[in-house]
Design a protein. Sequence first.
Length: 365
Amino acid sequence: MKPTPVQLWPRGWPWLKPRGTRTTCPTNPVRQCANSGFTCEVRAPVRARPTPLRANLAGEPTRERKSTRSANVGDVEIGIIGGTGLGDILLKEAGGTPTEVDTPFGRPSCPPIIATWEGRRVAFVARHGAGHTFNPTNVPYRANIYALKQLGAAAVIASGATGSLRENIHPGELVVCDQVIDRTSRRSSTFFDEGLAVHVELADPFCPTLRRDLVAAAAQLDLTTHDGGTYVCMEGPQFSTRAESHLHRAWGGDVIGMTAMPEAKLAREAELCYALVALPTDYDCWRPHPGDPPHDALLREILGNLKLASQRALTLIRQFLRVYNPSSRTCGCGSALKLAIWSDLNGLAPAVRQRLGSLVERYIS
C-alpha cells in the first residue's frame, strides 16, 4: 500500500508553505521530514490519524500535553543542542534513532536523535528544527530542555552562530562563554509561570564544570578557543543597528547571538548542567567590512566561516565526550531548586503537580 502524504501546517500561519510531510503505512508506520531526509520509526503510540504541528507566535503549544517517553530508549547522559551550522551537520551525521517525545510544553523542535558517541549515550536536538523552520523567538525552548530532562540527560552542550564584538575574536574561532546579557523580551523564560514560585540563582549562567571540561578538551586539540566571554542575547530576528552594536561593546559583550536565552535559564530550572560554545561567523556591524564587498561575496564569507566553526565545534564536542567525567562535578546545577522553591509544595494543585512533577517531585515530602 502506498503511503499517503499529509501536509503539516503550523496553526495560525496559513500563508506559509508546508514545512514537511507525514507518511503513514498500516504495516510499517514511519515519519519522514521532507527537509532533513530522516525516516524514523514512530515509537510513540500510532494515532488513527496524523496530528498537525501546533505552534503560536511564542513558539509554545496551543494546548497542554502530558509528557511521554519510549520505554525502549536507554537513559541519555548528555544532551546536545545544535544551532545554525552545527545543527545541520549533526542532523546528517548523528546516525542515531529519532525518538518522538511529548512534553507539557508541546513537542521539541524536532524528534531528539539518540545515539552512542565516543562511548556515551547522547540525545541531539536541532534547535531550529529540520530545515531551519523556527526563528530564534519561536524556538520551543521549554519543550527542548524538558525533553532532554525526560530522556535522562544531566548535562547539555549547546552551540550557536554569533557575531564577534571583539577584534581578537576572529570568525571561525570558538568561544566557551561564561556570562550572558539577556535582551530578549518575547519568550517564555521559565517552567514555573503559574501555580509555583521559583527563583533560581543565575550569577553564573553556564555550568563551571562543563566549561572547565570543554576548555580542557580544546587544549588537547589544535583549535583556537577562547576561555570565557560575555554573550549578548538579542531578541531578533533582525540584527543590531550600528549604535546598538557599539552599546553592546561598551557593556562588555564579546559575542552577540539570539538563542542563549532563555535556554540557559531553563536548563538551570531543570537542574541540568549547561554550557555554550559560541561560533563567531563574522564581526558585528560595529566593524565595517574592508572594501565594502558586495552582499553575495559577504554571504559566501559568512557561510564559509560558519561551516569552519561548526566543524571545529563538532571536533571539540567529540573530544569533550572522550574526557568528560560526571563524577568530578563540583557545580551546584544538579540541586539548583533546593533553595529556589518558595511555594509550599505539599499544597500544589493536582494539575500543577502533574505538569511539573518531574522537575520538583524529589523536593515534595
